[in-house]
Design a protein around this ligand. Structure first.
Ligand SMILES: [Cu+2]
Length: 289
């Protein structure tokens, strides 16, 4: 009698555990965007800061439901087979080898599912490809192992952006993410992004923007961004590019249009000495190091 009580209790506990797990899973799918930036115990993708990332987020959530429902369906079929066709329940197995209806269904239904996924997927692909009405352009060049940025609409603004070394980090700065010169961009503006590399393939990636694009030497890649909220956004090079691949982070400071105009005036003076000739000599110096 005691034994039964004990197993009843443990059954109740495992039922509760299973319920809690199921609730967590459902919560994770219904409210996937907990994170404005990575942090302990956060679930889902980073909060979207651009319309592009919003669409990527909802596409991701839609796919999660598709995966979830298919997994449940397969699990149910498996359970049915285990119960209905085990040796005891079904001592004389059927010798059936073909069933036209079932074969047509298991070919046609996956095709329908894949087409249903492909349509929004291609739409999203073309949406992220380029913007028709760019208001300004940012040119990004990947180097071993730093990024350089150019603002062709605002004269000769051109600068390198290097990671702040661990020993120079000040309180409040992020280790391995903070840079000496952040990219400053205005919010609410369609920004065309052109991308290339000077040596090997790099990739410019900011998770909150939904932008991840290879910077390929000898090729000019294009994408775009429209940032909704002011703030600082971090990203990293996402293409293995050599020994310091992990040490060429990206920091974007999104500011209001007025602040951006003020920054442009400041930057014109600050980076005036960064003409192409001196930039080339800088690269040569770094290569010698
Ligand atoms: Cu790189």
């Amino acid at each position: 009698m005691r034994k039964i009580v004990a197993s009843d209790a443990s059954l109740a506990v495992s039922a509760r555990l299973a319920l809690a797990l199921a609730a967590l899973l459902v919560a994770a799918m219904l409210f996937p965007a907990f994170a404005a930036e990575p942090g302990p115990w956060k679930l889902g993708l980073q909060d979207a800061a651009t319309p592009m990332m919003e669409r990527i987020n909802s596409f991701h959530n839609m796919l999660l439901w598709v995966c979830f429902l298919i997994s449940i369906f397969v699990l149910a079929l498996l359970g049915y087979v285990v119960v209905r066709f085990n040796e005891k329940a079904n001592p004389v197995p059927s010798k059936t080898t073909h069933n036209t209806l079932v074969e047509v269904l298991w070919t046609a239904i996956p095709i329908v599912i894949l087409v249903a996924i492909a349509v929004p997927s291609f739409k999203l692909l073309y949406y992220t490809d380029k913007t028709k009405d760019a208001e300004m352009t940012l040119k990004i060049v990947g180097h071993q192992w730093y990024w350089s940025y150019e603002y062709p609409d605002f004269g000769e603004i051109k600068f390198d952006s290097n990671m702040i070394a661990e020993k120079d980090i000040k309180p409040g700065q992020r280790r391995l993410l903070e840079v000496d010169n952040r990219v400053v961009l205005p919010v609410g503006t369609n920004i065309r992004i052109l991308m290339t590399a000077a040596d090997v393939i790099h990739a410019w990636r900011i998770p909150a923007f939904g932008v991840m694009k290879d910077a390929v030497p000898g090729k000019l890649g294009e994408t775009w961004v429209r940032i909704d909220k002011e703030g600082v956004y971090y990203g990293q090079c996402s293409e293995l590019c050599g020994i310091n691949h992990a040490y060429m982070p990206i920091a974007v400071e999104a500011v209001s249009k007025q602040k951006f105009a003020a920054w442009v005036e400041e930057a014109k003076k600050k980076f005036a000495s960064n003409d192409p000739a001196s930039a080339a000599s800088q690269v040569a110096e770094q290569k010698r190091d």
